[in-house]
Write a protein that binds this ligand. Structure first.
Ligand code: FMN
Length: 478
């Protein structure tokens, strides 16, 4: 089921019946508030929300939330079959897809759909677009949340795409918060170390695959364009930015080019973040001086809203991060991993559960340590729990049962100290001089030494269950 751009993608999602259209919401708190309520309180699969007739904006200037917050929308975006029996089946299928990925570099084309409208120099006016104030205590409007920020490594030349929040400071200035260790931060710092400005491009309303890979831990040195191309089996199309020379998605709705100057900062935030708190106060962060903007007529501004989980993007991040951690475990030789789930309640980062079939003493500890420190799991985690293969890591009840019955807290919990934390951690003490954190590695497997003598589970065997159902009928389960 192919699509060329966000509009064709939306037409397919419309056929799924997965778009909720809301007209007349205000950019100030109403779009964000509605998204927050819908994504946390929706009883079933939450739809994508397409806002139109946004207060103070012309009809047709739209804002899209929740692009890939359902299994079908995520599968469509990843170019995968649409139906799965269980969450683990979905993750398994995606893991198979990324097990061997041949990077496909982007293809430069002559034109972008965003060429329909141009703002340059003094004419740049970012207020033209309905950037929301997402949460009640936010420090301002956020122009970039469902977007990618494009930078190039000045030494090695590779191009990174990262979803780093962009506050709307004024008509041609954006706050650029990317945390230490992120690839965009490393690129920016390399320019600053040479005393040079860092060229930056921003693309909003691209193929959702680009936002997806831009917001996930793709290996250092590999461009997200190549990774997205590999997932799609065809090159992503880009145009060369007139100002920056950076490759920019040709099918983006809004394209911004500018530069970040060393030593130039403005107070950024606060912003409600994915752990569910306004953890960091406003503080100085670098800014992008915007020099050039192109946009499609009637542009669609893609937005994404972190909040108290379950939130607008916790689902796709749980699926993708689970598969990435599983892949990294396998690649460093941890055998018999049977499932991984980065629980949405921890913002898809703070609680990772790994299921293994134990093969040797220390297997569980090995899996826990690597899951806590591999690329996809290293940033701002808190708990990694390893369970036996009879536990479905995505089934919270099963996981809590394993934890409460197979963990001896004194013996089975280890602490890693001084690990990669973040200013957005609500547990960072003020003033935030240091923001590294610690990790609990929880071995919730049966002790390996007495695996076979561990008390049997009081559970009706599958054979007896089948017999009972055959005799008394499926109706007994209703
Ligand atoms: C909606 C959204 C907003 C995000 N905002 C930020 C941000 O402001 N700063 C940041 O460092 N990471 C942010 N992230 C996480 C990064 O996108 C993610 O860590 C990604 O892997 C970064 O790319 P990199 O690995 O190429 O550095 C955000 C993710 C999402 C989905």
């Amino acid at each position: 089921m192919g699509y060329r751009d966000l509009r064709e993608w939306l037409a397919i999602v419309d056929e799924f019946g997965e778009i909720k259209r809301i007209n007349g919401a205000h950019w100030r708190l109403e779009m964000g508030g509605l998204a927050d309520v819908i994504y946390r309180e929706h009883p079933g699969t939450p739809p994508a929300i397409l806002f139109d007739e946004i207060v103070e904006y012309p009809k047709g200037y739209r804002a899209l939330f929740g692009q890939i917050s359902s299994p079908r929308r995520l599968a469509l975006t990843l170019d995968m079959p649409l139906e799965y029996d269980s969450m683990m089946d979905f993750i398994r299928a995606y893991r198979e897809k990324i097990r061997v990925l041949d990077p496909i570099p982007p293809r430069v084309v002559g034109k972008t759909v965003a060429e329909e409208n141009l703002q340059e120099g003094e004419a740049v006016d970012l207020y033209r677009f309905p950037a929301p104030i997402h949460h009640e205590l936010d420090g301002g409007r956020y122009f970039g949340t469902g977007h990618v920020v494009i930078t190039r490594d000045p030494d090695e030349g590779w191009v990174n795409l990262g979803a780093y929040r962009l506050q709307l400071h004024d008509k041609n200035t954006l706050g650029f918060y990317s945390s230490p260790g992120k690839h965009g931060t490393i690129h920016r710092q390399k320019y600053f170390d040479r005393g040079q400005p860092c060229p930056v491009a921003v693309a909003i309303g691209c193929d959702p695959i680009l936002w997806l890979v831009g917001s996930m831990e793709i290996p250092l040195g590999m461009s997200e364009y190549d990774y997205a191309g590999a997932l799609k089996g065809r090159p992503m199309e880009v145009v060369e930015g007139k100002l920056t020379g950076l490759p920019i998605p040709a099918q983006a709705e809004i394209i911004v080019e500018g530069e970040v100057l060393p030593h130039e900062t403005r107070d950024e935030g606060p912003f409600g973040e994915w752990p569910g708190y306004y953890a960091s106060t406003a503080r100085p962060e670098p800014i992008i001086r915007v020099k050039r903007v192109m946009y499609r007529s009637n542009p669609i501004m893609t937005c994404s809203q972190p909040a108290r989980p379950r939130h607008e993007h916790s689902f796709h991040r749980a699926v993708i991060r689970s598969a990435l951690i599983w892949d990294e475990l396998e690649k460093v030789g941890v055998p018999d991993v049977r499932g991984v789930w980065c629980h949405e309640a921890g913002g898809s980062r703070l609680l990772t559960i790994v299921a293994i079939k134990q093969r040797y003493q220390g297997h569980a500890k090995q899996a826990a340590t690597i899951a806590a420190q591999c690329h996809a799991g290293a940033y701002l985690g808190r708990y990694v729990m390893v369970v036996d293969e009879d536990i479905d890591p995505s089934n919270t009840y099963d996981v809590l049962w394993a934890m409460t019955t197979r963990v001896d807290p004194e013996r089975d919990i280890d602490i890693l100290r001084d690990t990669w934390g973040s200013k957005i951690d609500p547990l960072v003490r003020k003033p935030a001089e240091s923001y590294h954190n610690s990790r609990a590695l929880i071995n919730a497997c049966r002790p390996y030494e007495w695996l076979h003598d561990f008390p049997p589970v009081t559970e009706t065997s599958p054979e007896l269950r089948d017999k009972l159902i055959a005799k008394f009928g499926k109706g007994i389960l209703e």
